[in-house]
Design a protein around this ligand. Structure first.
Ligand code: DGL
Length: 283
């Protein structure tokens, strides 16, 4: 018997990463950088994106459907690379798959509270995330502990611009300015990217903040922290894949257009991965 065949097969299983659409790719890039030996399966629910304006029940149902799909692909761990889905469904996903290591994404209020000098932090996120009980509880907890003022800014339409590949169009720049200006005017010196689509717009967000008069500015993205949490969980479960000579595979699936996902991966991450369409049974 070879050493490889004695290894538990779960070690070699891929990590599943899921988002409503393309936003989770901003998390995947950190996972890839930190854990280059892990095989990854990315799933985008682009046919049902955006989640941010949907009600709680719809977000829960879609998150469960996507988690079920990834579990059926044999993933050894799951990253819910979407703040909106984490807020609305991580409790249910953990209840449904108690043995599966699950990492969620939440707006980085804690690092923002440590960083701000003005004591005012803007949180750019979806309407659903900002309205969720999970976010409201997190905000109350950090605000009480730090005396920092958080201003939630819902950004309807912004994730759609990323989905459409319009990172620098006039319409995108106008939306970014509309959402960022009031935060800077209110004294925010720190902006939290509370949606995984927004890191693809961080240069635009920074330039809108400068134009609005921000002298010093920090932008908080939790993608790296999520990758580190995944690495810790895999290590704790004895699931880290050992280095191998061949690069670990990345597969990509979408409920939307496979060619659009392939193009987005090339443009946003310079990654070539086979993208396939998830054929869902009608409800
Ligand atoms: N990427 C998702 C998040 O992190 C939301 C985008 C959407 O509205 O679907 O919240």
């Amino acid at each position: 018997m070879t050493i490889a065949s004695q290894m538990p097969t779960a070690v070699h299983a891929p990590v599943g990463i899921f988002d409503s659409g393309l936003g989770g790719l901003s998390v995947l890039r950190h996972v890839r950088r930190l854990l280059p030996h892990e095989a990854l399966v990315y799933a985008a629910d682009s046919a049902f994106a955006p989640y941010g304006g949907k009600d709680e029940a719809a977000v829960l149902a879609r998150t469960v459907a996507m988690a079920d799909f990834l579990v059926a692909q044999g993933v050894k761990a799951l990253v819910i690379a979407c703040n909106t889905a984490t807020a609305g469904a991580i409790v249910e996903i953990r209840r449904r798959y108690p043995a599966l290591p699950v990492v969620g994404v939440e707006p980085g209020l804690k690092p923002a509270a440590l960083h701000t000098r003005s004591g005012t932090v803007g949180v750019l996120a979806t309407e659903r995330t900002l309205a969720s009980r999970r976010f409201i509880a997190l905000e109350a907890q950090i605000a009480e502990a730090s005396a920092v003022r958080f201003i939630g800014q819902p950004c309807p339409g912004l994730a759609d611009q990323v989905e459409k590949g319009e990172l620098r169009s006039p319409a995108t720049m106008a939306l970014v300015s509309r959402f960022v200006e009031p935060l800077i005017a209110a004294g925010a010196d720190t902006l939290v990217l509370g949606c995984t689509h927004y890191p693809f717009l961080s240069a635009q967000i920074e330039s809108a903040a400068r134009q609005a008069g921000a002298a010093s500015l920090a932008i908080i993205d939790t993608g790296d922290a999520v990758a580190r949490q995944l690495a810790r969980l895999l290590a704790d479960h004895g699931l880290l894949r050992p280095p191998s000579a061949t690069p670990a595979a990345i597969a990509a699936w979408t409920t939307g257009s496979a060619s659009s996902l392939g193009t987005a991966m090339r443009k946003l991450l310079h990654l070539t991965a086979p993208a396939k369409r998830i054929a869902e049974r009608p409800d």
